[in-house]
Design a binder for this molecule. Structure first.
Ligand code: SF4
Ligand code: SF4
Length: 199
């Protein structure tokens, strides 16, 4: 019968030679391989002390962005959930009340917004579908955990902090076309952006 692999060896029940019975040549051969690897450049990385460089467009754990004055950009339109091939996003919409303009940019906002990180395949389609530049993937890594429930990320883990110095920088993920669009004063939201740039 023809062998399925070219690496197959036919087992022969022959008597061992004197040198083979000594085992020493085999031990020396093994040590030679060990020494060869001992002085080679290590390919392992001592994580977490050492971090490997990430690609600038690495797609990790999401962020829900705030605008220049700190209001949540998401308007709970559901386009990200519709675009998601893994059906990982769920949300509940709510109506903004008078006096909450500093918290939510639009009249409608997501009172609940959840991403199931066990379902997510980090494809970035939610980011592309969002018309409000509200959701972006970042270079952050999803936390490890022992319970499946711990991988349902709500707004507490997704919305970026209000403090300006703690905001998540996503400028590397924004295309030139988007940046140009943001500067166009024809669009009402951009007035805030251009004001913030001048400030
Ligand atoms: S990155 Fe892809 S899979 Fe993950 S939530 Fe967004 S659209 Fe869904
Ligand atoms: S993140 Fe963007 S696409 Fe998703 S609901 Fe909010 S505004 Fe709509």
């Amino acid at each position: 019968m023809q062998a399925l692999t070219t690496r197959a060896k036919v087992a022969v029940n022959k008597k061992m030679t004197f040198m083979e019975r000594l085992y020493l040549p085999a031990i020396v051969g093994g040590l030679r391989i060990t020494l060869h690897h001992f002085f080679k450049k290590k390919v392992t990385v001592c994580y977490p002390e050492q971090l490997r460089p990430f690609s600038p467009v690495y797609r990790g754990y999401h962020v829900l962005k705030r605008d220049e004055i700190g209001a949540e950009r998401c308007t709970a339109c559901g386009l990200c959930a519709l675009a998601c091939p893994a059906e990982a996003i769920t949300m509940t919409a709510a109506e903004r009340k008078p006096g909450e303009e500093h918290l939510y940019r639009e009249e409608k906002y997501a009172s609940v917004y959840e991403i199931n990180m066990l379902r997510c395949i980090f494809c970035g389609l939610c980011e592309e579908a969002c018309p409000k530049e509200a959701i972006f993937l970042t270079d952050r890594i999803v936390y490890t955990g022992y319970k499946r429930s711990g991988f349902i990320y709500g707004k507490d883990l997704l919305v970026e902090p209000m403090e300006k110095d703690k905001r998540i920088d996503v400028s590397k993920r924004q295309t030139q076309a988007v940046l140009e669009f943001k500067k166009n004063p024809v669009y009402a939201h951009n007035t805030l952006y251009t004001k913030a740039l001048k400030a």
